[in-house]
Design a protein around this ligand. Structure first.
Ligand code: ARG
Length: 476
């Protein structure tokens, strides 16, 4: 009964009008979403970790370039997937053929990956926001966590209220962060031309070629590039996805890779490797050295940058809950029908879990566990693409990549998941793996065998009444 009411509201205006997300994102919005999500906390935090794990400036630049290459190749593979399967939801939707795997993914995504990235980025916003007030000493963790919680809540509200606002924040913050990185890059080039090249003499001396250190360096670098798949989460909101998806991926990832490389060269031009490794906030150290008393600008820029990344993460994360609900893997409450069309219940859920993760979480371990889990699922997705290419060559493909690309990225992904464990196994990785597989224990009784069948329906009706939302249709 209640369902029919909701659908009636959805179809009131036109005979066959469906209730779904609108196609509001054009090419500029699309490039901003990718670049804006990719550039966040990483480029202001990880350069020193990459350098200290691989041991030399030359090797560190090679790692940054390879990370860019992996992101670009991965992005292009995802562009093919996004045009063959034009639904929102990225990995999740590409895995729906293997139902248990898809559920395992959504389970890990909602309970580990998304809250981990939200919390990690929020913590770095907070670090940069409070840094100027605690010059020369470490800010109290409670203050940092409160600021982080504040930024999570503010962005959650904005994302619940309007897609347009969220897009606007993304555009503004992307411009701000690109300018900040361009300033660092330009400063570096000027210094290089003035002859400050001494840090690049013997630039490969001391390189550490251990498997696990290379793996960890990649985890750190790839955290900065993560978000290259952002657009696949919102394919259904994209105007002309078959053209804009690959184009936006190409433009955004090349832009970001170029900037990251220049920024790293700049850091290394201005600071000695030792200074870089011991600095806790590289951008601020850079600012103090090059801009003098204007150095604080860099802490504002770094905070703003992470703010935009958090916004992008929220925006795409909500879409996965939304898609999973539509497939019947979560309660079916997805679209607000009274005022605006955004997946607010899913966003509220992400917010609550992120706030819980924030209580014990610290930035370092969050990045490691995030990357481990993320690359595990990227590997499965790429294997899926290979499967489609080999077994279903007849499917219409508005955009296609040569088969060697998914093979290469798949090999990289497998290396990334295994490398840090092989050399230096840590018990935490086992816990994360067990947690990912525990999704299966929920899937089999409650979803496959439909034990307690009324439970999901009841929860759905209560939430629909409470949040004034309705189930959504696909937007194909
Ligand atoms: N690349 C971002 C940063 O450097 C982190 C992105 C987290 N992942 C995501 N899918 N939003 O802060």
């Amino acid at each position: 009964m209640f369902f029919s009411n909701i659908m009636a509201v959805g179809t009131m205006e036109g005979d066959k009008q469906k209730l779904n997300l609108r196609r509001e994102v054009g090419i500029i919005g699309a490039v901003s979403f990718i670049a804006g999500t990719m550039i966040g906390s990483g480029i202001f935090m990880s350069p020193q970790y990459v350098l200290s794990t691989v041991g030399s400036p030359g090797a560190s630049l090679v790692i940054w370039a390879c990370c860019g290459l992996i992101a670009m190749l991965g992005g292009l593979c995802y562009a093919e997937l996004g045009t063959v399967i034009p639904e929102s939801g990225a990995e999740y939707i590409y895995m729906t053929a293997g139902k248990v795997v898809a559920f395992m993914f959504v389970f890990s995504f909602i309970l580990v990956m998304r809250p981990a990235s939200v919390t990690g980025i929020a913590l770095s916003i907070a670090e940069y926001v409070v840094a100027p007030f605690y010059e020369g000493c470490t800010p109290p963790p409670l203050v940092v966590k409160c600021v982080a919680a504040g930024s999570i809540i503010v962005l959650a509200i904005i994302n619940c209220v309007s897609v347009r606002w969220a897009t606007a924040i993304q555009v503004v913050s992307t411009v701000a962060k690109v300018l900040a990185l361009a300033l660092i890059a330009l400063g570096g080039v000027v210094m290089l031309f003035q002859g400050n090249t001494q840090n690049f003499d013997n630039s490969f001396e001391g390189t550490n070629l251990g498997v696990s250190s290379i793996g960890i360096a990649f985890y750190q670098g790839l955290w900065s590039y993560d978000g290259w798949n952002t657009l696949n989460f919102l394919t259904e909101e994209l105007k002309h996805p078959e053209v804009n998806l690959p184009r936006a991926i190409l433009i955004a990832i090349s832009l970001v890779t170029g900037l990251y490389l220049l920024v790293n060269v700049s850091y290394l031009t201005v600071m000695t490797p030792r200074e870089l490794m011991t600095s806790s906030a590289v951008a601020v150290t850079w600012g103090n050295k090059v801009l003098g008393s204007w150095g604080w600008i860099m802490s504002v820029a770094a905070a703003l940058s992470a703010f935009g990344s958090l916004n992008g993460t929220f925006f795409s994360g909500g879409r996965v809950c939304f898609v999973a609900a539509r497939e019947g893997h979560m309660v079916r409450v997805s679209v607000r029908y009274k005022c605006v069309l955004t997946p607010s219940p899913a966003l509220i859920f992400t917010t609550v879990v992120s706030l819980l993760v924030l209580i014990p979480g610290d930035f370092q371990s969050i990045v490691n566990f995030f990357s481990f889990t993320a690359w595990f699922f990227y590997a499965i997705t790429l294997a899926g693409l290979l499967y489609l290419k080999i077994k279903k060559p007849e499917l219409p493909r508005p955009y296609r990549v040569p088969i060697i690309l998914p093979i290469l990225v798949l090999i990289a992904a497998i290396f990334l998941v295994l490398a840090p464990i092989v050399d230096d196994p840590q018990i935490e990785y086992l816990y994360v793996t067990l947690f990912m597989f525990s999704g299966v224990l929920i899937y089999i009784p409650f979803i496959h065998y439909k034990l307690l069948p009324g439970l999901l329906t009841k929860l759905t009706v209560v939430l629909q009444l409470f949040l004034e939302v309705a189930p959504a249709d696909k937007n194909l």
